[in-house]
Ligand binder design. Sequence first.
Ligand code: NAP
Length: 288
Amino acid sequence: MNNISFSPETIVTGLVAHPAKHSFSPSIHNTAASLLGLNFVFLAFDVLPENLESALSGMKAFNIRGLNLSLPHKKKVLPFLDSKSLEVSYSGAANTIVNEGGKLAGYNTDISGFTKSLAVYDELFRGKSAFIIGAGGAASVAIYSLIVNFHVKRIHLLNRTLQHSAYLAANYSMLFKDVQFEIIPHNDHRVESALSSSGIVINTTSIGMSPNTEQLVDIPFEALNRDSLVYDMIYNPLKTKFLEEAENCGCITVNGLYMLLYQAAEAFKLWTGKQMPVEEVKKLLPQF
Ligand code: NAP
């Protein structure tokens, strides 16, 4: 933890989420600040959706330098931002705010976090089809990154609420006209062939996230292609039932921990101007 004594100059940052108590972000940021000897603190605030607007007014009033946003605030925050990065505009979700003298600038560092976490697996799925479960902010991040950074040309979307996947597909089809989207309802006959033809299968829902670790995403796991990469954006627990099932099918699996670390590093840079010492942070945190 941070061993710096706090002062009126302390850079105050934090996470706004509901729930917030399972987050690893305070450990990551405070460890990084401590390693760099920065006068900095990162706190976790449990904020209900109906209190988001007042929390952001508080951010300005208390001159809090930066906030990360997690479930369920990433989309709801957009109307309160004074400016948005290109990634926020495209993905429709912001996970980082920088307070520039009372003006709130929104960024999406999840996109580069996701991209960096996948870099070493790139040859398994580059240019192939992708299968995405979910249609919220995290799904949007995955779609953006897969198209822009990994040249994926066909994306299958499976989600509980069809309108949400249809909305994402319609938005991205306008931006990327050469990418094909297929919206698949649960239990549709196309699920199996879409799964077996995809180079990457990603869970972007919160199904299986702590404390609901017994929940399992409803897909026919036997249809997974053994050569494909199976990714769960959840990092708590480190191995969800979804990843367990995929591993039993012989697939390579990845959890959301490195995505969390890399998105944190980019937010840290935006708030402090300093590079997070990522390798040292990893060594000091038991999760890595
Ligand atoms: P979100 O915008 O609220 O979207 C949630 C998605 O999950 C929606 O598609 C929703 O379906 C689906 N869903 C939720 N509960 C469900 C249930 N019981 N059955 C079926 N579908 C369900 O949330 P988000 O921001 O995309 O985040 C989703 C997950 O990604 C969370 O677990 C979050 O922790 C994780 N995440 C991790 C990182 C990281 O750094 N590793 C970064 C971002 C997000 P409907 O459309 O039908 O409501």
